[in-house]
Structures are given as structure tokens and as C-alpha cells.
Design a protein around this ligand. Structure first.
Ligand SMILES: NC(=O)c1ccc[n+]([C@@H]2O[C@H](COP(=O)([O-])OP(=O)(O)OC[C@H]3O[C@@H](n4cnc5c(N)ncnc54)[C@H](OP(=O)(O)O)[C@@H]3O)[C@@H](O)[C@H]2O)c1
Length: 193
């Protein structure tokens, strides 16, 4: 299956891409950061340099690849958890405008499946509105919403301690994402019990 992954270099995406490739899928991996292209090439995925807010380039990139599945793993979060407050507006923007742009480009490219990252916990204020926007838009397009617990493990905000529930180890989160490839349109919780 041809799969286009937006957010391929994020903490989840960088684990997901090799799993998809190992299952025999043909994968395009998108980043907005030129310095990350080389590491994408080394995975065996097709690198795509594109900013999700550049609508024209995004449409060309997705149509050119011609995916059956588009996976949205975009977030706009800091590496340092203590700065998360400063990124609220940016992360909401990517959940709203980023999701809208990706859905529209996926539709124009004739992709038949759309899978997107959401969170399993309650947000407040504009964060809650952005989460609802993303989930409603994805389900409205017949897609699958993955509500992940708080990630922990290497590269996450919780490298050496466990976050509160809902939570999920980042490797398990990537593995369980594969379930969405064959799932009907729905909300799926990706959390440990
Ligand atoms: N459920 C959870 O607990 C959860 C979920 C997500 C993240 N986090 C935490 O957040 C921290 C940062 O994670 P991260 O590195 O995955 O997140 P990130 O820096 O927010 O990036 C995620 C992905 O989105 C892409 N992206 C962001 N803005 C973009 C834009 N305008 N156009 C195209 N692509 C764009 C990034 O591409 P680039 O390669 O260009 O940067 C990257 O592939 C980690 O500590 C992680 O644990 C937690």
C-alpha cells in the first residue's frame, strides 16, 4: 500500500515509518526541515520536504506520490516539556489548519484512507476546541482518529519516569498505530491498561 506520512520525523513518526516499510508498504515521509531529509532517505522511505501551511506545495506533494493512505502525525510541540505552554497556539493551529490542509490535499489526491493523531486526555480552552476540530473533521471524512495516551520512553517528555494515565510507551504506540490501517472509521484509544 502507498502511504504518505506527515510528521514522519516526530517521536512517533520516526518509529512508525520503519514499521510500515517492514510490512512492505511504500512510504513517503514528510518533514519541513531540510536537515532531516538524509535520515529519511536512509530508512528507505521517499523524502518529502514540505510545510503543511504551504497549501500549493502540499497538494502537489501528495498528488505526486498518489497515496491510498494519508497518516497525520503532525504536532508542534517543544522538545522541553517546561515550554509546552508557549506552544499551545502553535499546536492548536496545526490541529486545525494543518488538519484541514492535509485532509483537503488527501481528498484531491484521491487517497481513500486518512488516519490522524489525537490525545486520550481532556484538553481545556483553545486546545480542546482544536482537538474537537481535528476529530470531527477526520471522522467526517471517514477517517480514523487515534487518541494516544501520554507518550513515555526515549525521546519523549517522560524518558525516565512514568506519566499519569492515560499513557503509552512510544514503541507500543507506534506498533498499535498499524491497527488503524484496516480499521473502520472510528476513534481508537491507544493507551496502556
Ligand atoms: N501523546 C503524547 O504524549 C505526545 C504526542 C506528540 C508529542 N509529544 C511530545 O512532544 C515532544 C516533541 O515531539 P515531536 O518531536 O514528535 O514533535 P514535533 O516537534 O511537534 O514534530 C512532530 C512532527 O510534525 C512535523 N511538523 C511540525 N510542524 C510542521 C509543519 N508546519 N509542516 C510540516 N511538518 C511539521 C515535524 O516535522 P519536522 O521534521 O520539520 O520538525 C515532525 O515530523 C516529545 O517530547 C513528545 O514526547 C507527546
Amino acid at each position: 500500500v502507498r502511504i504518505f506520512v506527515a510528521g514522519a520525523t516526530g517521536v512517533l513518526g520516526q518509529r512508525l515509518v520503519p514499521l510500515l516499510l517492514s510490512e512492505g508498504h511504500v512510504v513517503a515521509a514528510m518533514t519541513r526541515t531540510p536537515s532531516k531529509l538524509e535520515s529519511i532517505v536512509s530508512t528507505g522511505a521517499e523524502p518529502v520536504l514540505c510545510d503543511v501551511y504551504d497549501v500549493a506545495s502540499l497538494n502537489v506533494a501528495i498528488t505526486d506520490f498518489g497515496p491510498e493512505v494519508v497518516i497525520h502525525q503532525l504536532t508542534d510541540l517543544p522538545d522541553d516539556a517546561s515550554r509546552i505552554g508557549e506552544f499551545g497556539a502553535r499546536n492548536s493551529r496545526i490541529r486545525e489548519e494543518g488538519t484541514r490542509n492535509l485532509l483537503s490535499a488527501a481528498r484531491a489526491a484521491g487517497a481513500s484512507r486518512f488516519i490522524a493523531q489525537s490525545v486520550a486526555w481532556k484538553l481545556s480552552g483553545s486546545g480542546a476546541l482544536a482537538k474537537t476540530y481535528l476529530e470531527t473533521a477526520v471522522l467526517g471524512a471517514g477517517g480514523v482518529v487515534l487518541r494516544y495516551g501520554q507518550f513515555y520512553g526515549p525521546g519523549t517528555f517522560f524518558e525516565s519516569e512514568l506519566p499519569e494515565h492515560p499513557r503509552i510507551h512510544i514503541d507500543q504506540a507506534a506498533q498499535q498505530t498499524l491497527i488503524a490501517l484496516d480499521a473502520p472509521s472510528s476513534v481508537i484509544e491507544v493507551v496502556e491498561t
